[in-house]
Ligand binder design. Sequence first.
Ligand code: AMP
Ligand code: GLY
Length: 425
Amino acid sequence: MRILLIGSGGREHALAWALGARAGNDELFIAPGNAGTAELGQNTALDILDFPAVGRFVSEHRIELLVVGPEQPLVAGIRDYFESVEALSRVPVFGPPAKGALLEGSKSFAKEFMKRHEIPTARYREITDAYLEEGFAFMDTLIPPIVIKADGLAAGKGVLIIDDHREAREALKSVLSGRFGTAGKKVVIEEFLPGTEMSVFALCDGKHYVLLPTAKDYKRIGEGDRGPNTGGMGAIAPVPFAGAELMKKIEERIVKPTVKGLVSEGIDYRGVIYFGLMIVKDEPYVIEYNCRFGDPEAEVIIPLIKDELPELLYRTALGRLGQTGPLAFEGAAATVILASGGYPGTYEKGKPIRGLEEVKDSIVFHAGTRRDKNGQLLSNGGRVMAVTSLAPQLSEALKISMKNAAKIEFEGKYFRRDIGQDVVE
Ligand code: AMP
Ligand code: GLY
């Protein structure tokens, strides 16, 4: 099967790893990809938001499946574009249409969707500049901390959690006056839910869904969950505390009503639904939806999937998951991100990476990497690599990843040594 995969992060290397094995190297294309994906297929330098250019590539290379990794092209309507162009409308696209991607692209859309379908989430109010006083009044009803979220995409940085009312008022004003650019023209203010976070992933084909392994990511830069938020510094799967009882509540109260809600609103959602959850005293609430695989969650979930991924994604894109029973998973996975010194603030790129040949028993997914003209591997982003390990027990997988994370070297390398320690049994 000839596949075009869109994206360039660790998530896309993990997808390429599972897709390439089956598709064959000459049938997998990645746009734009990174140094890791280049070993599994053919990288191609396309602008992933230039849909006519993506469409031309798909036609010229007779692509049979388009897999969209990141959220931006989905929110911008890549699936809708393919459906609207005669020559492309037969190419199955793994990814929701723009209306479905709004679950991630607009916090206020997501909150209203949850309200319409009675999906448990934090109490909230949506505010624009003209209703500042209403925002203040709603905040006065909340016990701090107070959560303020920019409505639009803000690369994971659009959420503020603030400890007192006075500061929260100032923060609300700053977001509405452009602190997160146009993403903050509209704002969601919500009550803080104290609990434990976890993520659930479902493949949805427009009507049916199948669950993927659960995962937990570690968003803060510092050990002990301190310091600024990042794209994610590591992840584990499955979540040890997510037993059958909790999973049943999540499926009945959150996953099923979400899929049913999408169907009832005429949204033909074919792709991943990512449910970011807070578990408060054994009760699940939705904190956020994403319209794609998580990164670095993909780097632990995908290696646990035993079914053929090309087939699963193809059936999802065609609306044919109905025949797929529950997927079987065994063992545990852990991934540790190697980041550039200074990330998520300013950092340097272009540092030579060494020691990969010393790594044993882990899969190294590249995130921000490239090769220079002599073939030397160089860092090329804030998150540089994800070191993934599989083992029967999570504790063992974590140990292997930590050992190998220490072997890979580049100037300024940083990684968290406490990934998974809060949940390991
Ligand atoms: P989001 O981008 O919506 O996932 O928010 C980023 C992070 O902020 C989440 O991963 C949570 O750790 C935290 N967060 C967001 N909303 C809430 C909430 N209502 N209560 C507690 N924590 C929250
Ligand atoms: N790791 C969080 C995300 O992908 O949104």
